[in-house]
Ligand binder design. Structure first.
Ligand SMILES: *[C@@H]1O[C@H](CO)[C@@H](O)[C@H](O)[C@H]1NC(C)=O
Ligand SMILES: *[C@@H]1O[C@H](CO)[C@@H](O)[C@H](O)[C@H]1NC(C)=O
Ligand SMILES: *[C@@H]1O[C@H](CO)[C@@H](O)[C@H](O)[C@H]1NC(C)=O
Ligand SMILES: *[C@@H]1O[C@H](CO)[C@@H](O)[C@H](O)[C@H]1NC(C)=O
Ligand SMILES: *[C@@H]1O[C@H](CO)[C@@H](O)[C@H](O)[C@H]1NC(C)=O
Length: 487
């Protein structure tokens, strides 16, 4: 506009000059201000059109001088203004194209944010379907977007509402993802990692089991073998569900005489005093046990020591501060039988070596329920009784010559009691047996590695021939290998 105005004024002015003087001027070369051919205006307006001197230069170009005072026609300022305007319009154009670019970019980012928001939302809804990898990808995407948007923010000088909002959204989302992830770390991811580790351990277990039983294959619940030949390395299954502070307790796989393949695991960590049995959990699958989920948790008032066992859906334990045996239905936690074990001592009279409150220790084998204890009459030596599991009456009793407080723990396999003693902090020895069928006892030597120093309990399960060991709060299993049956 400014440029057009000043040109028009000049043309009018030059036309007027031509009319007055009758001289032919090379107009085309002079209409543009700022070119090398200059029109110099010096005369006041009154005399302006009356006396103009001109001359023709070497190139045949006519040149003339006109005087025009600055205050009436500020040509130099016009010239400056025009330059400024041009520069300005170029910049306006540049800025406009930048904004067009940015709004395009913003559209793309908005789409991306919508996509990401959808992803995050679907993650929040279905907490099972996402993986760590998805989180990593998401985080990479979000970081990339944060970078782009902060670039954008720097380029658009001043506060651009859309960009600021975009930035806010991305920051929000990043926070959401982090929150989700940290939540997830506590359960799903941890569980996934645990599952991977567990799978690996299970595989090792499986391989080792095959190795261990290579001597003779014994079907679940069968006694067609010649006794224990060897014990495998320990397999740490998990820390008990109550944690490190609960070093004492027992656990095992419940044996069902009607359905030997049935899966049922019980865990009964004692209170930290190592005496009170108060809470126990029942798991109906190995996976649930490993994941600490889908369990039934019950409270007893109270059991004593870590000598409990589960047989045919009942938990048997030493009733607190007594020589009594308690039988609880694990499907509803009802106490169904409480019966005195004749002659049995209790309250640390003859507990096991290194483990207190375990004067009365229940055992399960292929033929049913047993109890391992001592009496004053036995002078602290191990007494074994076969129980009628329905009534808890003693069916038969055997006296051994093994002093109970010198053994770590004992268990029964196919009517043979096996006892373990400590060798050092890393090893135990299965050193003693008593066969209730032949009433013969003797020694053997099978070394058993242990992960931690103290073994609180050992429970044998006829279904899988494993020993379930509570080792300073850790639940550990061992496989047993058998000798071929004597025929
Ligand atoms: C016009 O200019 C010439 C030369 O500068 C001068 O001699 C003459 O007097 C001027 N005429 C008028 C009317 O001013
Ligand atoms: C958003 O997701 C759709 C479908 O997954 C895809 O086709 C599109 O390219 C995505 N847009 C952006 C900007 O990532
Ligand atoms: C970001 O989160 C804050 C607080 O949660 C919320 O007030 C704000 O509206 C969110 N902004 C956007 C752009 O989603
Ligand atoms: C018994 O098992 C242990 C542990 O797996 C092993 O080191 C040892 O060699 C085995 N002993 C025999 C006699 O097979
Ligand atoms: C256990 O005792 C009950 C009741 O006296 C009896 O019916 C049952 O047969 C006994 N069980 C065994 C295995 O002897």
């Amino acid at each position: 506009m400014m440029a057009w105005c000043s040109s028009a004024v000049l043309i009018l002015f030059l036309q007027a000059a031509l009319n007055v003087d009758g001289t032919s001027l090379a107009l085309a070369d002079h209409t543009t201000l700022g070119s090398s051919n200059t029109v110099i205006l010096r005369e006041p307006p009154s005399k302006l059109f009356t006396n103009i001197s001109g001359m023709v230069d070497n190139h045949g170009m006519c040149q003339c001088s006109v005087y025009l005072p600055d205050n009436s026609f500020p040509a130099q300022q016009v010239e400056k203004l025009e330059i400024t305007t041009e520069a300005l319009s170029i910049r306006v154009e540049t800025e406009l194209s930048k904004i067009r670019e940015f709004s395009k970019a913003i559209e793309v980012y908005e789409l991306k944010i919508q996509n990401l928001t959808m992803k995050v939302e679907s993650m929040e809804k279905s907490s099972v379907s996402y993986t760590e990898l998805e989180f990593e990808l998401l985080k990479v995407e979000i970081t990339e977007m944060e970078r782009l948007v902060s670039q954008l923010k720097d380029t658009v000088i001043g506060s651009n509402h859309i960009v600021v909002q975009l930035y806010q959204e991305i920051t929000n989302m990043s926070a959401t993802v982090q929150k989700l992830e940290s939540l997830d770390k506590n359960n799903l991811l941890a569980i996934r990692r645990e599952i991977v580790a567990l799978r690996k351990r299970l595989k090792e277990c499986e391989e080792n089991r095959n190795e261990g039983t290579a001597h003779v294959h014994v079907p679940a619940g069968s006694c067609n073998h010649g006794g224990i030949y060897n014990i495998s390395k320990p397999y740490v299954i998990q820390l008990n569900w109550r944690g490190f502070a609960y070093r004492f307790g027992g656990w095992g796989r419940g044996y069902s005489s009607r359905d030997p393949q049935k899966e049922l695991y019980w865990t009964a960590p004692l209170n930290p005093d190592g005496r009170y049995l108060e809470y126990y959990r029942i798991f109906t699958s190995h996976d649930d046990l490993l994941l600490y989920k889908n369990y039934k948790e019950y409270r007893l008032e109270y059991g004593q020591g870590s000598g409990s066992a589960v047989y045919d859906d009942f938990l048997y334990y030493n009733c607190h501060a007594s020589g009594d045996m308690c039988k609880v239905d694990i499907t509803n936690n009802k106490l169904v039988v409480r019966k005195n074990l004749p002659g049995a001592v209790f309250n640390n009279r003859f507990s096991y070596a290194g483990v207190a409150w375990q004067d009365i220790d229940f055992a399960v084998d292929e033929s049913g329920l047993w109890v391992i204890y001592s009496t004053e009459v036995s002078t602290g030596n191990i007494v074994i009784s076969k129980l009628n599991e329905t009534t808890l009456t003693v069916e038969k009793t055997w006296q051994t010559r093994q002093y109970k407080p010198s053994v770590t723990n004992a268990f029964i396999v196919c009517g043979v009691l096996y006892a373990v003693r400590p060798i050092n902090t890393r090893k135990e020895e299965l050193f003693y047996f008593f066969d209730t069928k032949t009433e013969q006892e003797g020694t053997l030597s099978i070394l058993i590695e242990k992960t931690l120093e103290t073994i609180q309990s050992i429970n044998y399960c006829p279904s899988d021939h494993k020993l379930y060991v509570f080792n300073d709060g850790y639940q550990v299993t061992y496989d047993s290998a058998f000798l071929p049956a004597l025929s």
